[in-house]
Design a protein around this ligand. Sequence first.
Ligand SMILES: [Zn+2]
Length: 89
Amino acid sequence: MREACPLCGRPKHPNQAYCPQCLDDETQVYRTVKEYLLTHPHSNAMQIANATGVPISRILKFVREGMLMMDGAKARESGSRYSQRSPLG
Ligand SMILES: [Zn+2]
């Protein structure tokens, strides 16, 4: 029995998250974001979305799934401590 891709509804393999087309797209988007983060390691999701054209929801999904690490996500957890002391003023 075939399952439907959660992104586009096309048939997909049961042991894969998405259909081949969406997997390809996902990989490309992920690569784009990751490359941007390599050159701009201190970007937050909003900046990445603006710079790469990738929807912010997809970037946040990568972060949630542990595929990407970024300052913005970390700052949400231990953020207030950081912003209080700013040696560079
Ligand atoms: Zn699909």
